[in-house]
Every structure is written in C-alpha cells, then in structure tokens.
Design a protein. Structure first.
Length: 284
C-alpha cells in the first residue's frame, strides 16, 4: 500500500519535476503532459487496468487523465495567448466534459452532488479567468506557489474523501499528494541552489497541474457517497487564491529557504479549513 500510494507517485513526481525544469520546447510539452499521465499510471497501479469500454464511473477516470494529458501535450507548443476568455472556456470544457461523462447517471439522481459539482466547476472557471487577468503582465506570468496549491488541494480532497466514506478516492488523492510532493522536493532543492523560478509553472504546464488536482477533487464530489459538500467547495478555493498568494510571495521579505514554505502554508489555508469542516461533520 505504501509503495502504490506514496513511493511510486513520489518517484514519478520527482521525474516530472526533473524533466520539466525548463518549460519551453520539449520541456513545455513534458510539463503539460506528465502530471496527468503519471496520475493515470498511479490510478491504474491502485485499481488495476480499467475495463474497456469503461462501465463504472471510476473506470473512466484513468481514460480522462490519459486523454487530457495528450491534449495538453499537443496544445502546449501552440498556445501562447493569455486570453482570460480562453482560460475560462478551457477550464469549463476540461472539467465539465469529464464530469458529465464520468458521473451523468450519479448527477442526474443526486441533486446535492449536481449542485456541488456545478459550484466546483464555476469556481474553477472563475479562478482560471482571475489568474489569466492577474498574470497578463510579462513580469507576472508565473505562479510561484502553484505546486504548493496543488499539493494542498489533493491532500484536502484525500481527507474529505476519507470522511466521506470512499477509500478509493482517498487513496487516489493521497497518491496525487505524493506525486506533487515529489515535484515540490526537486523544486525546493533547485530553489535553495539559487533558481528563483523553481516553483513557477506557467501556461499549459500550470493549467495541467491545476486541472489534475482539481479533477481529483471533482471526482471525489461525484463518487464519494457522503463527502462534505462544504468541505469540497472550500477546498476548491485553494487554487483560486493563487493570484493573491503570488502577490504575497513577491512582497514577503523572508529568507529564501523559508519563503516557499511560508507561502505554501498561506495558500493551504482553504484546504486546512476544508479538512476541519469535513472532520467536524463526520464527528457529528
């Protein structure tokens, strides 16, 4: 269990971070494709090869990750615009389409899950538009806390899934947390060695990482029987607050070794609140 949930995903995160150090050319394609593709590999390692054609909603998740990983890789070299409209439409299509394909039957029979899913998608679209608007300037085109936000989102999704009674999504989101943890370790080492942009990931690569973390949260909302609705929604705010935390990261006068750690704690506040909400609802 530790091998499939922690060790292998962590190692894949290290590989992804090493290969995507330079997000241009081949590096940009790798940054855009590796995270969702590695997430699919991790999921197959946890659940085995899914049926083809997929029958259950959970069987469709690996195919979604693989297909969108390929799409991100294909589009990465050609997308150069920072259009807020494109960002919003991309987030809407990339989340709404797989959510409906995976959970149309579930969503049609559960008003609560449908409402939570729609709210999460709306949060993602609004967040994508806000990030695009705030990063239109050439000097602020990267999010120096995006990997930390993805890590916090997946960690909160894992714990919300546990409290919601679905160990399958808890293990998958836990594995995603380990995957992002491996990415963060290499980024932190590079940061300590003087690479000021070690935690920065822009464009399709940043979108792919955010999408993978958010998809885990969205799948939890659809598949976990009793997942906390409020906890899921608050957890979704972690990635939305990236522009605020990025501005804070640029203004903090901290020692270089502490800066990514403190910024990571700040961006994780919604995730921490989400875990507390889910835990309190479970206890009651």
């Amino acid at each position: 269990m530790l091998l499939t949930i922690v060790a292998i995903p962590f190692a894949l995160g290290v590989v992804a971070s090493l290969l995507a150090r330079k997000a241009s050319g081949v590096g940009l394609v790798l940054a855009s494709a590796l995270i969702p593709v590695f997430a699919a590999v991790v999921l197959v390692g946890l659940d085995g090869l899914p049926a083809f054609p997929p029958v259950r909603a959970a069987h469709k998740l690996p195919y979604v990750l693989l297909v969108f990983g390929v799409v991100f890789a294909v589009l990465a070299p050609v997308i150069r615009t920072r259009s807020w409209l494109l960002a919003g439409v991309a987030a809407l299509v990339a989340l709404a389409a797989p959510a409906w394909w995976m959970g149309s039957v579930i969503l049609a029979n559960s008003e609560r899950k449908l409402v939570v899913t729609l709210i999460l998608i709306a949060i993602a679209v609004a967040g994508s538009i806000w990030v695009a608007l705030r990063t239109s300037d050439e000097t602020q085109d990267r999010q120096p806390v995006l990997p930390q936000a993805a890590f916090a989102t997946s960690l909160s999704a894992a714990l919300v899934a546990i409290f919601g009674g679905y160990m399958g999504m808890a293990m998958f989101n836990g594995a995603l947390t380990a995957l992002f943890g491996g990415y963060l370790l290499i980024a932190y080492i590079a940061h300590l060695r003087g690479n000021g942009g070690a935690f920065s990931l822009a464009g399709p690569g940043g979108f792919a990482m955010s999408w993978t973390a958010f998809l885990g949260l969205l799948a939890t909302a659809i598949l976990a029987p009793q997942a906390s609705s409020a906890g899921l929604i608050v957890a979704g705010l972690t990635l939305v607050l990236l522009p605020f935390t990025s501005t804070l990261a640029n203004r903090l006068k901290l020692a270089p070794a502490l800066r990514p750690l403190v910024c990571g704690l700040v961006v994780a506040v919604p995730a921490i609140i989400a875990i507390l909400i889910a835990g309190l609802q479970f206890a009651s």
